[in-house]
Design a protein around this ligand. Structure first.
Ligand code: GTP
Length: 347
């Protein structure tokens, strides 16, 4: 089975973190989200991936290369300019000549594929859109379906009382290759705005099925942070690397913990991290691999990416620090998003 991963957006809402990486490469629990996704899909039988990329595509290519390290085959469909969510699929047409999966690679979920594929097969449409149910659908495209699950229309951002359902596009699709006939080549095409309405109008069979389980779009700093807190609370059951040295405190290999360090759970610490004396880490703190945290640092509701140096007595609250950030001693960061390091990320 092949999957096309859409990873070519600019990730503007997550800037400056996405200035030099594609959004799906942002780490979740100290590992790029794209890697979690590929591993999850591989473990369910997907062995070939096409990554549709544009913005900072080199970061993805250098990290995954041909996928051999993950025991999968990865090819890259690069776009000369962002072709949009459907244009990117058309651009990868030469690799997609049998039934295939498509993922918005910035959506954090770990769907179970077999029931979704069974549904697609049984309904026999050209497209199955995986749906998720949300409490407040008013900021999404909401689907209206018939009793068989056929999608009749999308209602964009309805008022809550006017929403036909609470089901929204989860950013995962199962397509037959014939879907390509409905996507124009060599121009930007949006799957939500153009392709789905066209497929519905042509009555080629567009069905929707709900995938239960954790689902979140990581596209804004608040949502990106929330995915982490959900991972730490285990509401999102993603594997956390490390030993649980006290309830809710996961610590990687080769971590030096100074005298009097206080962990306030939940906390996740990567490998080869140094934490200075009397630092207070947590609640809700994720520290990446090879970071150095100075003495008496207070770090809560904060995510620090790999190889960062947070000097003594700094206060970090509700912030995100990109790769290799170095902060001066005694600095206070509240609601900050810092990206100082502008080079590519290596696996
Ligand atoms: P914002 O700029 O913050 O809206 O983010 P985005 O455009 O990167 O993401 P959006 O949520 O709009 O897109 C959903 C998914 O599709 C993400 O994984 C994007 O990387 C991907 N995507 C969006 N536009 C393109 C595109 O033109 N080409 C490709 N290959 N992928 C795209």
């Amino acid at each position: 089975m092949k999957a096309l991963l859409l990873a070519g957006g600019l990730g503007t809402r997550l800037r400056p973190l996405t200035e030099n990486i594609p959004k799906p490469m942002a780490p979740i629990a100290n590992r790029p989200w794209l890697e979690h996704l590929i591993v999850h899909l591989r473990d369910q039988g997907v062995n070939e991936f096409v990554i549709a990329a544009h913005h900072c595509s080199d970061v993805i290519r250098r990290y995954f290369e041909n996928g051999k390290r993950w025991n999968v085959k990865i090819t890259y469909a690069l776009e000369p300019y962002p072709l949009g969510t459907a244009g990117a699929i058309k651009n990868a047409e030469r690799w997609l000549n049998e039934r295939f999966l498509v993922f918005n690679a910035d959506i954090v979920h770990l769907p179970e594929l077999i029931p979704l594929l069974d549904f697609h097969r049984q309904h026999g449409g050209l497209a199955t859109i995986v749906l998720t149910e949300v409490d407040d659908p008013s900021s999404y495209g909401v689907v209206e379906q018939d009793d068989c699950g056929r999608i009749l229309r999308f209602v964009e951002k309805p008022r809550c009382e006017e929403a036909p359902s609470n089901r929204i596009n989860a950013g995962m699709y199962i397509f037959e290759p014939d879907v390509m006939r409905y996507i124009p080549a060599e121009r930007e095409v949006s799957i939500e705005r153009e392709t789905f309405p066209l497929l519905i109008e042509k009555n080629v069979g567009v069905y929707g099925i709900v995938s239960n389980g954790y689902w979140r779009d990581m596209g804004t700093p608040a949502r990106y942070r929330q995915v982490h807190w959900d991972a730490l609370s285990r509401e999102f059951p993603i594997p956390l690397k490390g030993r649980e040295i006290q309830s809710g405190v996961f610590v990687g290999e080769n971590v030096e913990i100074g005298a009097g360090v206080l962990f306030v759970p939940p906390v996740l610490i990567g490998d080869h991290v140094k934490i200075g004396p009397q630092a207070v880490i947590g609640p809700n703190a994720v520290i990446g691999d090879r970071c150095q945290i100075g003495a008496r640092v207070h770090c809560a509701q904060t995510i620090v990416w790999d190889r960062s140096v947070i000097r003594d007595r700094s206060r970090l609250q509700n912030s995100i620090f990109g790769y290799r950030t170095v902060t001066p001693a005694g600095e206070v960061f509240e609601d900050s998003i810092i990206n100082q390091f502008k080079e590519a990320v290596q696996a």
